[in-house]
Design a binder for this molecule. Structure first.
Ligand code: NAD
Ligand code: ZN
Length: 234
């Protein structure tokens, strides 16, 4: 690993599964009992704002019980100790990475503990429920919505992510099914630019064939092992 200087880590719902937060496509392809298109699209928000806001209120409330697990803690340890470049890109909307102590972190799909104004675009940290029609503290429009990137919307910080992918030496994907774009394409961008690519996942993802190496198992075991091996050479 001594030739590795710049690392990009991509995480998905699987890294938080052992913290008790359901993954995206659980049994029957549902997210907490809902079809993804009923809670994760701009159309759903327009047609049934009560349902969509309530869905994310429940997910936000669940964060008060969930705790970071050994995988989140290991990535925070890597963040604190790694002397080179590091970017942790999470698709997760929970806050378990930062509560474990990670700093070099981007939430590309938004955050449960944030509210977005549909009128002026201001984002602010948010605790508790967010009913439809809540007034924006910045522009006063009754237009606050969950700060979640829905299907068809542009993920956050894509420029920074693309720049990091273009120059990283190692790309590691953890607990993601490889079914949601653009994140599912990151492995190919990194590999095309010369990075080594490793997948850590419970079972082979849709994108497994694109990785140099795939390790299968629970994130709480695989991630600390991988971090130990990387930091052993520092
Ligand atoms: P996904 O549910 O599609 O895939 C999860 C992957 O994690 C699967 O491949 C599964 O095999 C694997 N996995 C399950 N348990 C694991 C474990 N203990 N250790 C390692 N791997 C495990 O999730 P995704 O690919 O992240 O889908 C992305 C979408 O899901 C994002 O848009 C995200 O915002 C949303 N989401 C987020 C959360 C969260 O914030 N925790 C939860 C559910 C959904
Ligand atoms: Zn506003």
């Amino acid at each position: 690993m001594s030739d590795i200087r710049s690392i990009v880590v991509l995480t998905g719902a699987g890294i938080s599964a052992e913290s008790g937060i359901a993954t995206f496509r659980g049994p029957g392809g549902l997210w907490e009992g809902h079809r993804v298109e009923d809670v994760c699209t701009p159309e759903a928000l327009a047609h049934d704002p009560d349902l969509v806001h309530r869905f994310y209120d429940l997910r936000r409330a669940a964060l008060t019980i969930a705790q970071p697990n050994a995988a989140h803690r290991a990535l925070a340890r890597l963040d604190a100790a790694w002397p080179g470049e590091l970017l942790i890109v999470t698709q997760n909307v929970d806050d378990l990475h930062e509560r474990a102590g990670a700093k070099r972190l981007l939430h590309m799909h938004g955050e449960l503990r944030s509210a977005l104004c549909a009128r002026c675009g201001a984002r602010q940290s948010w605790q508790g429920d967010l009913p439809p029609g809540t007034a924006c503290p910045t522009c006063a429009a009754p237009a606050l919505r969950p700060d979640i990137v829905f299907f068809g919307e542009m993920p956050y910080d894509m420029d920074r992510i693309e720049t990091a992918l273009a120059s990283c030496d190692l790309f590691v994907s953890i607990g993601t099914s490889g079914a949601v774009y653009p994140a599912a394409g990151f492995v190919r961008t990194a590999r095309w630019n010369g990075a080594q690519t490793i997948e850590l996942n419970l079972d082979p993802s849709d994108g497994s064939i694109h990785f140099h190496e795939s390790r299968m198992g629970p994130a709480s075991t695989l991630v600390p092992e991988w971090v130990d091996s990387v930091l052993a050479d520092v």
